[in-house]
Ligand binder design. Structure first.
Ligand code: GAL
Length: 415
């Protein structure tokens, strides 16, 4: 009897172990990477996950900048059916944590020594009250200008080093029948152009006061009026069909020479390279006039889900995301630079190396700044309040004076 029990117990244990070994890590991953360059990039993660025994369920939600994806994510969490991982970044990570929606991935982060592999500023975004709640994939720089090299050569203009130069070059292009600025009229793209101009004209200190501290005097200052004035000038360099256009279609206009410039973060480079274009030959990159560095770190937050295969999936995903190979291959495709500081940059192009260099310099002199337009600087309500004003300005004849008044009022109402 005793012996029979032991045999049964042994069988049960072996069977149980087998079951455990057979339970594959699973992850449903919600993201908004659906353009050519973005899809190539997220495929790197999917492939690595599957190669390591994981089962990946893809949940792409189209829409640049991720507004639609964030609405979809909220609906899923409210319905009690959160995805295992979602592309969430900046202060939104903390907002989800405060709603008790996130899983703790400290076990992986501590075992892998993330604290030593990440710049402190990035690590702070990934932590929720000391524990790790998100994994960073990259550092995108927002304040870039992209150009079609052949078009600039034909017009006899160089990459601009001041906004006056940009305006003069754009006027010339317009007179030649070339669209100076490729732009997509979507709120987040208007906000992107606006914040790049704000950094360029106002400088890092002004940017910090206005978009991090929400300082009222800065929001309605003469400097902010000058920022809106320049945005109004840029509005005149956009073609008539800009409304609603996706950002990657705007990039295509630069790729095929229909337009000369695009003001956009370096995910645009992912589109150029996916189209087989070479920096320095087919297209040019330059940091926008003015100086400083606007960072935008993409990351995945892990949500509270039940089931050991999902927890294993989250752990595997977190480990792979911070792995050296993933950080290299993903970012080569995405246009960004690795978040992990030990990843060698020798295979990266000069735009990426410039980004890494400028990031180090700006981190040393206080001009490394979080992008407000890409959800790194402010909580959703405040960022949304600013963007509403910017997009209303872009799509009307509103004066710059009125815009700063509205900006100041919108922030007061949102606090
Ligand atoms: C940014 C995001 C990038 C890129 C872009 C366009 O906010 O950080 O990864 O995808 O939007 O969708």
């Amino acid at each position: 009897m005793h012996k029979k029990f032991l045999v049964l117990a042994a069988v049960a244990i072996i069977f149980g172990l087998n079951q455990r070994a057979m339970a594959e890590p699973q992850a449903e991953v919600l993201h908004f990477w659906t353009s050519g360059g973005e899809a190539r990039s997220v495929a790197v993660l999917q492939k690595e996950f599957v190669a390591n025994g994981g089962i990946w369920t893809d949940m792409p939600v189209a829409g640049g900048g991720g507004d639609t994806a964030m609405t979809a994510l909220r609906a899923r969490v409210l319905a009690g059916n959160a995805p295992a991982a979602a592309q969430v970044k900046g202060p939104a990570i903390q907002e989800w944590y405060e709603e008790d929606a996130l899983a703790d991935i400290s076990a992986v982060a501590n075992a892998e020594g993330w604290d030593k592999l990440l710049p402190n500023a990035i690590a702070q975004h990934m932590k929720c009250e000391g524990s790790w709640c998100a994994a960073p994939v990259n550092v995108h720089r927002v304040d870039w200008i992209w150009a079609n090299a052949e078009v600039l050569a034909k017009a006899g203009i160089e990459m601009p080093t001041s906004w006056e130069e940009f305006n003069a070059g754009a006027k010339k292009l317009k007179s030649m029948g070339i669209i100076p600025l490729a732009h997509g009229g979507q709120a987040w793209q208007d906000a992107t152009v606006f914040e790049v101009v704000a950094l360029g004209i106002g400088g890092p200190e002004f940017f910090h006061k206005a978009f991090v501290e929400l300082d009222d005097a800065s929001l309605k200052s003469n400097t902010m009026i000058a920022v809106f004035d320049q945005v109004r000038i840029l509005r005149g360099f956009v073609d008539d069909n800009f409304s609603g256009r996706d950002w990657n279609l705007a990039t295509s206009m630069v790729i095929n020479g229909e337009a000369a410039f695009q003001i956009m973060g370096d995910w645009a480079k992912g589109e150029f390279t996916a189209a087989g274009k070479v920096p320095g030959i087919d297209f040019l990159c330059a940091s926008a006039p003015g100086g400083g560095y606007l960072y935008n770190v993409d990351s995945f937050a892990m949500f509270r889900v039940s089931g050991s295969e999902k927890a294993e999936g989250q752990a595997l995903l977190a480990k792979l995301i911070m792995g050296e190979n993933f950080q290299k291959v993903f970012n080569l495709n995405k246009g960004s630079i690795p978040a992990r500081v030990t990843t060698p940059l020798n295979e990266f192009d000069f735009c990426a190396r410039q980004s890494a260099y400028d990031m180090a310099v700006s981190s040393g002199n206080g001009s490394l700044l979080p992008s407000y337009a890409h959800g790194m600087a402010l909580r959703g309500a405040q960022a949304g309040a600013i963007t509403d004003v910017v997009t209303a300005f872009f799509n009307s004849n509103m004066s710059s004076d009125e815009a700063v008044g509205r900006l100041s009022a919108a922030i007061k109402n949102s606090l």
